[in-house]
Design a protein around this ligand. Structure first.
Ligand code: IMP
Length: 183
């Protein structure tokens, strides 16, 4: 396993998350929000972001997994991460989204397959507004034409861990976002 290198420090992340929180507070002034986090990677981002939004809010979580022959993490590191494109719901939201302001919170927007799938599902719940907040964005990897409304950082095509993101379920608790150099 290669050494981890810091891409974004916890201080950089905290500053940017505070900016995003301020922007969301302004955009939804006087209204309520439901934050819907995508399990498990968005849990840390959601908890920090929500505390920077000075509005009435509730939390919900949605779960997804990918079908088929997703490569093992070590293959992903050698040849580049690749999703098979088939996403399946493992946990739906618990509360009604009808006529509510919903912010779908994701750790990283990569190929866009996951968020394209989730956006469709949430639109079926008929929210008043649906916005996407993604801490990280790897635009060079996109397979679906989707953009987030609130983006923390655009990053190059590196496999990153920390601040909720994992490699085989590890490193989610690192305070910084690090990348694993490819071999
Ligand atoms: P997408 O469907 O390709 O946009 O991928 C979104 C999901 O892929 C994220 O929620 C992450 O779980 C995972 N992912 C994509 N890139 C990375 C990475 O660099 N590190 C860890 N997980 C990643």
């Amino acid at each position: 396993m290669n050494d981890l290198k810091i891409l974004l420090s916890s201080e950089q992340i905290a500053t940017r998350v505070a900016e995003l929180g301020k922007q969301i507070t302004q955009d939804f002034r006087g209204e309520s929000i439901i934050f819907v986090g995508v399990l498990k990677g968005a849990a840390i981002f959601l908890s920090d972001l929500a505390r920077q939004v000075k509005l009435d809010s509730t939390f919900d979580f949605i779960g997804v997994s990918s079908y088929g022959n997703r490569p093992s993490p070590s293959q992903e590191l050698k040849s580049g991460w690749d999703s098979t494109g088939e996403v399946r719901l493992t946990k739906d939201v618990d509360q009604s989204m009808r006529e509510k302001n919903v912010i779908l919170v994701e750790d990283i927007l990569d190929t866009g397959l996951t968020l394209t799938y989730l956006k469709k599902i949430l639109i079926a719940h008929q929210p008043r507004a649906l916005k996407i907040a993604a801490l990280l964005d790897k635009p060079s990897r996109r397979k679906q034409p989707i953009e987030a409304d609130y983006v923390g950082f655009k990053i190059p095509d590196e496999f990153v861990v920390g601040y909720g993101l994992d490699y085989a379920e590890r490193y989610r608790n690192l305070p910084d976002i690090c990348f694993i150099p490819r071999e």
